[in-house]
Every structure is written in structure tokens, then in C-alpha cells.
Design a protein around this ligand. Structure first.
Ligand code: HEM
Length: 162
């Protein structure tokens, strides 16, 4: 292929993508329509379900002792709440999609609307999630990516400023 040919091919590919003539290829191979990814994922690289369960349990240990946050959570369903954050995080990082199957689309901002997520609540929530991550000691790049994600997600959840 000459340089001109290569340029033309690249332009054709770019145009096809932007006009929607061809669907954008979806590169993640899944084990079924809503199945987990077959290609390697952060989820599997950090140890899969076992690791996410450790994170969720350590996180809720902190939450249950937090005088501001604990009262917001369902006092008779700590196990359910633990499952929900675990399943959500597993799905987010490429693991099984059990969260979606049980709970549907996450719509996290909407689901948090009933709770007063003030800047103080956000800082407390993050403190417990960081402590949970300290405990599991993910590989450095995964640890950094996880912390970066929760910082951004937590900021997006703030819904009260008093
Ligand atoms: C910023 C401070 C936050 C506070 C105070 C907060 C508080 C809560 C509370 C009280 C619940 C209800 C517990 C339950 O029944 O499951 C909940 C649910 C949940 N939270 Fe948060 N949350 C915060 C941030 C986040 C962030 C950053 C994420 C995601 C990265 C998240 C993910 C979830 C999920 C997946 C559920 C379960 C939703 C469902 O399926 O009903 N939360 N949160």
C-alpha cells in the first residue's frame, strides 16, 4: 500500500465511523449478550470476586461505624447493601453482570437522591473506600485507577450542599 492509499483508507474508515454507515466495532468479547467479558479484565487481574468481596466487606465495616453515614443505610439489610456495592464494582471493572441482572441499570445519581450526600458525607464515604483499598493492596496501577474512579464517582453523587 502506498502512503496515499493508506491515507485514503484511514479517511474512509474515519468517515464510515462518523456517519454511522457502519456500526462502531465493539471490541469486548462477552460470554453471551450480558455475560462477563472474555478478554482479560481489571476484574480478573486483581483477583476476581474474592477481591471485590474483601473490598466491599472492609468498606462496610467502616460505614457501620460512621455516625453520619451508618443511619442512611438499611439497618436490617447490611448483607444486601454489601452485595450491591460488590456486584456493582465487579460489573464496572469487567466482571460478572449480576448487578445489572438483579438491579437493572445502575442510575446511581437517581438512586442516591433520597440520601443527603453532602460534601461531608462524600469525604466520609471516600475515607472508608480508601481504607478498604489500603487493606486489599491492589497492584499499584490498578489501585491508582480504582481510587481515581471512586473520587470522580463520589463527587458526582453529591446532591446537597448545606
Ligand atoms: C458519596 C457518598 C455516598 C454516599 C453517602 C452513599 C450512600 C449510599 C446509600 C445510603 C445507599 C443505600 C444502601 C443500599 O441499600 O444499598 C447507597 C447505595 C449504593 N451506592 Fe452509594 N453512596 C455514596 C457514593 C457512592 C459511589 C461513589 C458509588 C459508586 C462508585 C456508589 C454506589 C452505590 C451502589 C451501587 C448502591 C446500590 C444501589 C442499588 O442497587 O440500589 N455509592 N449508597
Amino acid at each position: 500500500m502506498t502512503n496515499d492509499d493508506a491515507t485514503a483508507a484511514a479517511q474512509a474508515a474515519a468517515t464510515a465511523g462518523s456517519t454511522g454507515e457502519q456500526p462502531t466495532p465493539r471490541l469486548t468479547l462477552r460470554a453471551g449478550e450480558t455475560g462477563h467479558a472474555v478478554t482479560d479484565t481489571v476484574w480478573s487481574q486483581v483477583g476476581g470476586t474474592e477481591t471485590f468481596e474483601r473490598i466491599a466487606r472492609a468498606f462496610y465495616r467502616g460505614i457501620r461505624e460512621d455516625e453520619v453515614l451508618a443511619p442512611m443505610y438499611p439497618q436490617d439489610d447490611w448483607e444486601g447493601a454489601t452485595w450491591r456495592i460488590q456486584a456493582f464494582l465487579e460489573q464496572y471493572w469487567g466482571g460478572p453482570s449480576a448487578y445489572q441482572e438483579e438491579r437493572g441499570h445502575p442510575r446511581l445519581r437517581m438512586r442516591h437522591a433520597p440520601f443527603p450526600v453532602t460534601p461531608d458525607a462524600k469525604e466520609r464515604w471516600l475515607k472508608h473506600m480508601h481504607a478498604a483499598l489500603d487493606e486489599v493492596e491492589l497492584p499499584p496501577m490498578h489501585d491508582a485507577a480504582f481510587r481515581d474512579y471512586i473520587e470522580r464517582a463520589a463527587l458526582a453523587m453529591v446532591n446537597r450542599f448545606e
